[in-house]
Design a protein around this ligand. Structure first.
Ligand code: ATP
Ligand code: MG
Length: 220
């Protein structure tokens, strides 16, 4: 499960928990993006801070939830296609990878670097997100636009398949109406973020004074 995690919140964790159950996954690996190509740098906490917040957030769910700093070690910019290539070309290539992504991100996948290869290296687990609710027909539209027509819907197991690519699952976890951006806004406004993110994460943010000011990306 990739993302900016700026900061991680209960929406991420609850979605991960439900998707793991639904797809019977052995574990969920949270992988923060070091330099997200699609996001401006304003308000982005350092990679190390985002990693540490994630570590705190999943501490009590190990080893089912795991943390990876892989993207921090790769040469920027981080492209999902490149990260997956590294993940599938190492010594531990016997496992099957699911790339978990909210439909809000997935609908732009056609603009991602080498996007077609993503569908050959991982099954996709696309889920509907609050404010961006989608049905299988909407996912099919995106698939057709991105890959060309040919995806077939397997209703029973709720995935799309096609000859040359790995399946794309459609998921509908319960939707907690929480986003990292609304948490950052609350912090700037001096409002409480309790019960939106695990308590150790809230305390880390408070101790470090994260997200209080808008960082000017033109300044060091
Ligand atoms: P921002 O508001 O800064 O965009 P975000 O809350 O959307 O942050 P991201 O780090 O951008 O979080 O998201 C990482 C992944 O988690 C994405 O696939 C996104 O769709 C998903 N996600 C984010 N918030 C939720 C939520 N409340 N419920 C389920 N999934 C979420
Ligand atoms: Mg987002």
């Amino acid at each position: 499960m990739g993302g900016t995690f700026n900061p991680v919140h209960l929406g991420h964790l609850r979605a991960a928990e439900e998707i793991r159950e639904r797809l019977k996954l052995d574990k969920i690996v949270f992988m923060p993006a070091a330099t997200p190509p699609h996001k401006g740098l304003t308000d982005l906490a350092s990679f190390d801070d985002r990693l540490e917040m994630l570590r705190l957030a999943i501490e009590d769910r190990k080893p089912v939830f795991e943390l990876s700093d892989l993207e921090g070690k790769l040469v920027p910019p981080n492209y999902t296609a490149h990260t997956l290539k590294v993940m599938t070309s190492g010594p531990n290539t016997d496992h099957h990878i699911y790339f978990i992504v909210g439909f809000d991100s997935f609908k732009n996948i056609g603009s991602w670097h080498d996007y077609r290869s993503i569908f050959t290296m991982a099954s996709l687990a696309v889920y509907s997100r609050h404010g961006d609710e989608v049905e299988p027909s909407g996912l099919l539209e995106t698939l057709d636009c991105t890959l060309g027509p040919g995806s077939v819907w397997a209703q029973k197991d709720s995935f799309f398949y096609r000859n040359d690519l790995l399946p794309v699952y459609f998921l509908k976890p319960s939707l907690l109406q929480i986003s990292s951006s609304s948490i950052r806004l609350s912090l700037k406004a001096g409002q409480s973020i309790r019960y939106l993110t695990p308590e150790p994460v809230r305390q880390y943010i408070a101790a470090r004074g994260l997200y209080l000011k808008t960082r000017d990306k033109n300044k060091a």
